[in-house]
Ligand binder design. Structure first.
Ligand SMILES: [Cu+2]
Length: 126
């Protein structure tokens, strides 16, 4: 699955989450931001599983500022891994719509990716 997609929150007002893959070009690039014009704010995050505590494993996430995209390689933002949290999603954005994500690299270049919008309970697109 090459396309980008956005999962809307189950509860309005909660963040949506965006996923996509980035293909490295001839040179290593650094992704510094991902944004969507229908979200007030977007943050790149990384999920991680904390060691086994008393209550078992806990999945936590932390913001990441930059993501290196090595030359010729694919870097994925996938459920359970890296993702982009979209805060303040426009309520007019509904499942089935196609939206745009803007990927900004350190050199100032930008890439626009079409992202399919799905509902909170919808299956992950393949
Ligand atoms: Cu997150």
């Amino acid at each position: 699955m090459d396309d980008a997609w956005v999962r809307l929150p189950a509860v309005p007002g909660r963040p949506g989450v965006a996923y996509f893959a980035v293909h490295g070009g001839p040179q290593t690039r650094t992704l510094v931001a991902v944004s969507a014009d229908y979200a007030l704010r977007a943050e790149m995050h990384e999920s991680m599983t904390d060691g086994a505590g008393a209550g078992g494993k806990m999945v936590t996430m932390r913001p990441i500022d930059t993501v290196p995209i090595p030359a010729g390689q694919e870097v994925r933002f996938d459920p359970g891994g890296r993702h982009v949290m979209l805060f303040g999603v426009d309520p007019a954005v509904k499942p089935g719509m196609t939206t745009l994500l803007t990927l900004t690299f350190r050199d100032g270049s930008r890439v626009f990716r079409k992202a399919q919008v799905i509902g909170a309970g919808d299956p992950t697109p393949e």
